[in-house]
Ligand binder design. Structure first.
Ligand code: FES
Length: 118
């Protein structure tokens, strides 16, 4: 059974933006999109930089250093120079209103992640 931990408050992640969180020692980028909330390891597969410092565009996050985009649902690179997928994590939301929390799975999945919708 998948274990989840509270990563942050949803209000801490701007819509169409991302935030860096630490989940049991693993750096995670939580992305808040119109399609839902996603979690992807916060390390680009091309070099050791944070994806959370890049831009979120639809269901993609763009690495700020060389511009590779990664699909937030699968972690797959959509543009060069990155060619290796980044692990993604299942997300669920708990609470409501200002006390809505983002919970992130402690282990990655290589399956397409269904986003949590509000
Ligand atoms: S470091 Fe991310 S694309 Fe190069």
């Amino acid at each position: 059974m998948t274990e989840f931990v509270v990563a942050c408050r949803l209000a801490d992640v701007p819509l169409n933006g991302a935030a860096h969180v630490d989940v049991n020692g693993t750096p995670i980028a939580v992305a808040h999109t119109a399609e839902g909330v996603f979690a992807i390891r916060d390390v680009c597969s091309h070099a050791d930089v944070r994806l959370s410092e890049g831009e979120v565009d639809g269901c993609a996050i763009e690495c700020w250093l060389h511009g590779s985009q990664f699909d937030l649902r699968t972690g797959s690179p959509m543009t060069l120079p990155a060619i290796v997928a980044v692990p993604v994590y299942e997300v669920r939301l708990s609470g409501e209103g200002d006390d809505t929390f983002v919970e992130v799975a402690t282990t990655p999945t290589d399956l397409t992640v269904q986003p949590q919708t509000l």
